[in-house]
Design a protein around this ligand. Sequence first.
Ligand code: PGA
Length: 250
Amino acid sequence: MRKPIIAGNWKMNKTAAECRALITELLPKVANAKCDVVVCVPFTDIALAAELTAGSNVVVGAQNVAWADSGAFTGEISADMLKEAGATYVILGHSERRQYFGETDASVNKRLVQALKNDLKPIVCVGELLAEREGGKTEEVCKRQVEGAFDGISAADAAKTVIAYEPVWAIGTGKTATDEQADETIGYIRSVVKALYGDAVADGMRIQYGGSMNAKNVAGLMAKPQIDGGLIGGASLKAEDFSIIVNTAK
Ligand code: PGA
């Protein structure tokens, strides 16, 4: 049995003051969650979010990590810095990073190596564009992204990693993949992991769905056998909506 994991991806939203308000409202609503609960907040909110969630069942994540330990990398944040600030998880290779900031399978791989080396728990995002789905390329794209991200990663390290399947056409669009589409593609991704690492790693790996997941569609998605939780953007910005998602994931 894989324990579901619901992670909020706040993206570039919430100042520190807003972070305090949201987390304060959220904590009591999710206190009895049966899944792992993560909030991936902007860098500037990590220390505060860690302080507010200390002793609770909610842990904090970042939305990216540098591939180097330290040095001349203007604008980047190191794994050390994230950990000291209180981050446990880190999102890697989100489609917005790939689309707007030049992230590639190779750079995602370097960041994944660095996250694992520093005991940050990675959430690696993969997923196809609309044209790729319509062109019948969904599996090819997901396979390339998974193989690229995990290049050279050991089975022991892969076992510590979460994958988020996020069809790009479903992110922030209100257009969710159907329960069947999400389940089928996640099953396919699991088969790619199986080919790389064998049954034990593939069967134990948590693979989330992400893309317009919300309080209304969470039950149908979570009922599917391959779907182990969600990476939630828009709906993670409201305590009420996010808590419904969390409390539906058992
Ligand atoms: P969304 O974003 O829930 O707003 O579609 C999901 C994500 O990009 O992680």
